[in-house]
Design a protein. Structure first.
Length: 191
């Protein structure tokens, strides 16, 4: 074998090894993005399951409170309107905002309940309140899992050199489920 043929063979082998390495990088990175995006979507679906559970409980809670707290109509209307906004939200950021509003309205409703000792001892209300508390805990767990999935996904698509591939294939940053600023203040109970 001549030097020219040997050099050509070495060049072809080097090119094939480099092409294989580039292919492996693109394939592995792209598949990682897809897996992380699916984990993110799955986490969001679990959040939505728990939000739907709360959404379904609210009419029962409102009806139970209505019987006792007729003069608190504005709080009940606020909860009902917030629930309607949740039902009308279509994008993830809109759903996050609407559910944060609903959480605030529910906390105000529970403050109103403190004014009615008969209501607080009513078995239907206690059962609904327990269900709602359990649902809120489930929502908190699923929100945490969703935010962990968002973090893993966002880190993957923003890390170099994978960020170059992410930009090429349209993988964009996902939104965290953040509590509104109003959630940092404790509700005021007044008698």
């Amino acid at each position: 074998m001549t030097n020219a043929k040997r050099n050509l063979l070495i060049a072809v082998v080097v090119i094939l090894v480099l092409a294989g390495a580039v292919y492996s990088f693109f394939k592995g990175t792209y598949n990682q993005f897809v897996a992380l995006q699916e984990a993110l979507n799955s986490s969001w679906a679990q959040v939505e399951n728990q939000l739907q559970r709360r959404y379904d409980l609210i009419p029962n809670l409102v009806e139970t409170v209505k019987g006792y707290a007729k003069q608190e109509q504005n709080v009940l209307v606020e909860v009902t309107n917030a629930r309607a906004r949740v039902g009308g939200a279509t994008t993830v950021p809109d759903k996050i905002t609407a559910n944060n509003e609903l959480s605030g309205a529910l906390s105000r409703l529970l403050v109103v309940v403190e004014r009615y000792p008969d209501l607080k001892s009513n078995q239907n209300f206690l059962r609904l309140q327990d269900e709602l508390a359990g649902t809120e805990n489930r929502i908190a767990v699923e929100r945490r899992r969703y935010n962990e999935a968002v973090q893993a996904y966002n880190v993957a698509i923003r890390s170099f050199p994978a960020n170059l591939l992410a930009g090429m294939f349209g993988f964009t940053k996902a939104a965290f489920f953040e509590a509104p600023a109003a959630a940092k203040a404790a509700p005021q109970v007044k008698f």
